[in-house]
Design a protein around this ligand. Structure first.
Ligand SMILES: Nc1ncnc2c1ncn2[C@@H]1O[C@H](COP(=O)(O)OP(=O)(O)OP(=O)(O)O)[C@@H](O)[C@H]1O
Ligand SMILES: [Mg+2]
Length: 320
C-alpha cells in the first residue's frame, strides 16, 4: 500500500512508466507460464510418441528374434541331416572300396597266371593285353585304398600306429620300389644318406605312404630323363625329408590348392589322367596326425618342385 501511495505521488509520466512496466512484467509472466505449459504438453506428447515407437520396435525385434530362432532351428536340423548323409556317404564309400578290392585281387591273380601261361616275346598281343589289365587293376586298387583312407579321415577313424623304426631302411624300401618306375622313364634318382641311423617314433606304413606319393609324383610329373633328389636330415628334434625334381613345377597360386582333395593342377594335363588328386591330401592328413608339417617350394611353372615334410622324432611330441 505504501508503495502504491508513493507511486501516486509521483509525476504522471513516471506514474505511467511504472504502471506500463508493471503491466509488461505481468504480461511476460503470463506468457511465460503459457509457454511453459505448452512446452510441457509438447514434451509429454513427444515422450508418448517415443514410448509408442519403442513398443513398436520391441514388437518388431521380438518378431525378428523368433524368426532368427526358427531359422537357427532349421539350420540345426539341416546340419544334422547333412552330417547323417555325409556319414552314409563315407560308409558307402568305404564299403564299395572294400568290396571292390576283393574281386580286383582275384582279377590281378588270374591275370598274372594267364601271363605266365601265355607265350613270351616282344609284340605279343596277349601279353600286352594282360599287361594293360594288370596296370588298370593296380590303378583301381590304389584308388580303392585312397578312397578308404579318405572315408576314414572324414569319419575321424584315421588312426596312427606309432612305433619306433629305422627311417633309413624305410626310405631304402620305398626307393627300391620307385626305382623301377623311374627307370622306365629314364629318370635318375639320387638318395643322399644321412651319416647316422635315424630312428623315428611314427606310423611306418603311413610314412611310407607319404614317401611313395611324393616320390611317385616326382617321377610321374618329371619329363623323360629328368633328375630327382631325395635327402633327409635331423633338425631340432625333427626328421626333415626333401624330394626335389626338375619337372613342370607348380604355379605360386596352385601351391596350397594341390593339398586339397581331388585337386589336380590344370597346367599338367599329361599327368592328369594318372591319378585322382588324392595322394597329397592324404599325405597332409598323415603328416598332421604326426604333429608335423608338409609343403612345397617351387620357383614357378617349368622350374621344378621341392616337396618337403617334417615330423617329430620323439614320442613326447604326441603325449599332449
Ligand atoms: N612333383 C610335382 N610336380 C608338379 N606338379 C605336382 C607334383 N606333385 C604334385 N603335383 C600336382 O599336384 C596335384 C595333386 O597331387 P596328388 O598327389 O594329390 O594327386 P595325383 O598324383 O594327381 O593323384 P593321386 O596321388 O591320387 O594318384 C597333381 O595332380 C599335380 O598337378
Ligand atoms: Mg599323387
Amino acid at each position: 500500500m505504501l508503495i502504491i501511495e508513493y507511486i501516486r505521488q509521483l509525476s504522471y509520466p513516471i506514474y505511467y512508466t511504472v504502471l506500463t512496466a508493471a503491466l509488461l512484467l505481468l504480461t511476460f509472466w503470463i506468457a511465460r507460464r503459457f509457454a511453459m505449459r505448452k512446452m510441457k504438453r509438447v514434451v509429454m506428447k513427444a515422450e508418448h510418441n517415443y514410448q509408442q515407437q519403442i513398443v513398436a520396435l520391441q514388437m518388431q525385434l521380438s518378431g525378428k528374434v523368433s524368426m532368427l530362432e526358427s531359422m537357427v532351428e532349421k539350420l540345426k536340423l539341416s546340419n544334422q541331416e547333412l552330417n547323417r548323409l555325409s556319414e552314409i556317404r563315407s560308409k558307402f564309400m568305404s564299403i564299395v572300396a572294400h568290396d571292390l578290392r576283393q574281386p580286383l585281387t582275384s582279377i590281378q591273380g588270374f591275370t598274372s597266371v594267364l601271363m605266365m601261361d601265355s607265350p613270351q616275346g616282344g609284340g605279343n598281343n596277349e601279353q600286352m593285353a594282360l599287361n594293360n589289365i594288370l596296370k588298370a587293376t593296380d590303378n583301381m586298387n590304389q584308388l580303392m585304398a585312397d578312397l578308404m583312407d579318405i572315408s576314414m579321415i572324414e569319419s575321424g577313424k584315421f588312426k596312427m600306429d606309432f612305433k619306433n623304426f629305422n627311417f633309413n631302411q624305410l626310405l631304402n624300401d620305398v626307393f627300391t620300389l620307385q626305382q623301377v618306375n623311374a627307370q622306365k622313364k629314364g629318370i635318375f634318382l639320387t638318395k643322399y644318406e644321412y651319416p647316422n641311423d635315424v630312428t623315428v617314433f611314427a606310423d611306418r606304413f603311413r610314412i611310407s605312404q607319404v614317401l611313395n606319393n611324393l616320390l611317385g609324383n616326382a617321377i610321374k610329373f618329371s619329363p623323360q630323363g629328368g633328375r630327382i633328389e631325395i635327402r633327409y636330415f635331423v633338425q631340432n628334434g625333427s626328421l626333415v625329408c626333401h624330394i626335389g625334381d626338375e619337372g613342370p613345377g607348380i604355379a605360386y597360386d596352385e601351391q596350397s590348392k594341390i593339398f586339397q582333395k581331388f585337386h589336380q593342377s590344370d597346367k599338367d594335363r599329361s599327368g592328369r589322367k594318372q591319378g585322382w588328386g588324392l595322394g597329397l591330401s592324404i599325405a597332409q592328413e598323415i603328416v598332421n596326425a604326426h604333429n608335423g608339417e608338409i609343403g612345397v617350394d617351387s620357383p614357378g611353372l617349368g622350374q621344378g618342385a621341392l616337396f618337403w615334410f617334417r615330423i617329430p622324432m620323439e614320442p613326447t611330441a604326441y603325449s599332449a
